[in-house]
Ligand binder design. Structure first.
Ligand SMILES: Nc1ncnc2c1ncn2[C@@H]1O[C@H](COP(=O)(O)OP(=O)(O)OP(=O)(O)O)[C@@H](O)[C@H]1O
Length: 620
């Protein structure tokens, strides 16, 4: 089903539904190979519930045939007794008692199965969500920045909930199959041709349903980016984070219009499919009913001729009806189950994504004390979706213990440089050496542990003030004195002292009695993270942009003192900060323009001197 192109709210035209969105029979059967892995997931969630479920369903599978047979015996007995008045009716009442017992057992086991399915479903959902978060944590930043990856993640995330359908579906299928075996055996004893009529009664509906399931899968899959956009619009249109700007710029109508257009288009597609499905469903069910009544005519005819008893008649008619229901169920379920199994493929596909940035087999430990520093050798880097080099031909040395400031206009590549240093990306060209070894040779976790970065877009965790500092070294989150010490160093202590709940105070307004901080207050808290982590290398990406002049001065006085002997990189647009650095590296469009001390660069009278004087003039 091809989609008509809709320009999105950024003006981009969304892609047509791709060829890959069609779901062939081959895909469906291939998807069934996911079931063993799925069963493994359920088994891991709870072996006891898994076995309990299997046992209960096995008993339930035998009940329909057994109950029908007892029903037949009861009717035959009633007829015998009515023909021989005065005979003992004990046998009859025993049969009625057994039937009653089986009916109660059937209801009780039905409830028990739903209970176990529900519990297992919840456990599987929790386990899968945890696995999803664990796996996402191993993946590269670059993968997160890719839209196709996000679609995959989104589809996988949807798979973590609603797994109970597949779970009860697959278990139910097995139960139905066993049940069908019992019933079909009973039917075949009387006439094997009845089984053929049975197929006629169920196959048309199966084919129809299967066709429409395929269509609905294609539609839902090809609309993943738009569904993501709908979620995003809903968030932007109604969230505390965006409310301020939405109001000031009067964006609500713009957002709502976009949402309306997109959601209406999706609804229209879905509606047309649902209507066609309902129409065809009716026609095919009528055909199925013909098959059923064909068999019924045969059974009634036999009973009238006296070839079978009235008990047989009820048994056969009941068996046939049950079989038709069960087979229809199993075939229809099969179709949606294979579809679910295909969805499951999305989940396993996500788990199969491998990070490109990882530790080598034999990795080096981060040096206790850096000896020669970091050497950038002709480093070049391009973002995945970009043609432009964000950095190119970059060669310089970051000496141990040095304080290096990065300066350059917006988009010059400063943040990219520090991301390469922390190995969030690997260079596309050249290499970065630490004490003579490529960064790629070091243990990744150890490297990251020893490099502390506070990004300009640091996360404002909607958690307690204490945790917001402790994220710098989350394993030490119970070490209150370290948290308080870090807060003192970053000036966050005065901010926290004013909070009603102190370090326990929930920050942000999303939960409970959360308190919102000002931009500068948040920045002081985030800076605390840098001190929390006792790293060899400290990187601050515009750490003081939101601070007032006095706080900024104080932060840097302390920073120089507190990071003595440590290597530090500071990105800043404020030259009052920059000039405190040992050396300054000036970037322009991804290229190194100048490097040297404040005095040297002023002496050189190049770009740095120009920018410095420009800013100084502003203060005169
Ligand atoms: N995730 C990304 N995907 C694609 N391109 C990116 C990404 N991040 C940055 N860029 C591009 O790379 C270039 C360098 O960006 P970078 O963030 O390193 O600049 P910067 O010097 O830190 O800028 P600023 O002073 O504005 O923070 C820019 O042209 C930017 O558009």
């Amino acid at each position: 089903m091809a989609k008509s192109p809709i320009p999105d709210f950024t003006g981009r035209v969304t892609s047509e539904g791709g060829k890959n969105d069609q779901l062939s029979w081959k895909d469906r059967f291939a998807a069934l190979t996911n079931l063993p892995a799925f069963f493994h997931m359920i088994w891991q969630a709870s072996p006891a519930l898994f076995l309990g479920n299997a046992a209960v369903r096995l008993v339930r599978a035998a009940l329909p045939a057994l109950m029908l047979y007892i029903g037949k015996l009861i009717i035959d007995e009633v007829i015998r007794l009515s023909n021989h008045t005065g005979s003992e009716a004990n046998g009859l009442w025993t049969l009625v008692g057994v039937e009653f017992g089986l009916a109660i057992l059937s209801t009780a086991l039905g409830r028990l199965t739903s209970l176990i399915d529900g519990l297992l479903g919840d456990l599987v959902t929790n386990k899968t969500s945890i696995r999803l978060m664990e796996h996402a944590a191993t993946l590269d930043l670059e993968q997160f920045e890719d839209a196709t990856f996000y679609d995959k993640l989104e589809r996988a995330r949807r798979q973590t909930t609603g797994r109970s359908f597949l779970l009860s579906g697959v278990f139910g299928q097995v139960q139905e199959l066993i049940s069908i075996g019992f019933l079909a055996a009973g039917l075949a004893v009387y006439n094997p041709w009845l089984l053929l009529l049975l197929l006629l009664a169920v196959i048309p509906a199966f084919i129809g349903d299967n066709y429409f399931n395929q269509k609905s899968y294609s539609l839902s899959r090809s609309w993943t980016p738009e569904r993501r956009e709908l979620d995003y619009l809903r968030f932007v249109g109604a969230s505390d984070e965006t409310a301020k700007e939405v109001k000031i710029f009067g964006l609500s109508n713009f957002l709502i219009d976009r949402f309306r257009t997109l959601s209406w288009e999706y609804f229209r597609k879905n509606r047309s499919l649902a209507i066609r499905r309902a129409g065809w469903g009716t026609v095919l069910t009528v055909i199925g009913t013909l098959g059923y009544y064909g068999a019924y005519v045969w059974i009634v005819d036999r009973a009238v001729r006296g070839t079978i008893s009235i008990g047989d008649l009820t048994f056969l008619a009941g068996s046939f009806r049950q079989l038709r229901g069960s087979m229809e169920g199993i075939l229809l379920q099969f179709s949606s189950l294979t579809q679910e199994a295909v969805y499951l493929q999305d989940l396993f596909d996500f788990f199969a994504i491998k990070p490109l940035i990882h530790s080598p087999e034999k990795s080096l430990r981060f040096p206790e004390k850096i000896q020669h520093g970091f050497v950038f050798e002709n480093v070049g880097f391009k973002y995945t979706n970009s043609e432009r080099w964000a950095l190119r031909n970059l060669s310089f040395t970051l000496k141990p213990g040095e304080k290096l400031a990065l300066v350059g206009e917006n988009g010059a590549g400063k943040t990219t440089l520090v991301k390469l240093l922390a190995r969030l990306y690997d260079p596309a060209e050249g290499r970065i050496l630490l004490d003579g070894h490529d960064l790629r040779d070091y243990d990744l976790l150890d490297l990251r542990r020893n490099i502390s970065v506070i990004f300009q877009d640091y996360v404002r965790f909607k958690m307690s003030a204490g945790v917001n500092i402790a994220v710098g070294d989350i394993d030490a989150r119970t070490n209150q004195s370290r948290i308080e010490n870090s807060a003192q160093r970053s000036l966050a202590d005065t901010v926290i002292a004013k909070l009603p709940g102190g370090y326990e105070q929930q920050l942000g307004r999303s939960f409970g009695k959360g308190v919102e901080l000002s931009g500068g207050e948040w920045q002081k808290v985030a800076l605390g993270r840098a001190y929390m982590r006792d790293a060899e290398v400290l990187i601050l990406d515009e750490p003081t942009a939101a601070l007032d002049a006095r706080a900024e001065y104080e932060v840097f006085q302390r920073f120089a003192r507190l990071t003595e002997g440590k290597t530090a990189v500071i990105i800043s647009h404020r030259f009052s900060t920059v000039r405190m650095a040992d050396r300054i590296l000036v970037l322009e469009s991804g290229n190194l323009l100048e490097i040297g001390s404040h005095a040297e660069l002023l002496e050189k009278d190049g770009r740095y001197a120009e920018l410095f004087q420009l800013q100084a003039r502003g203060y005169q």
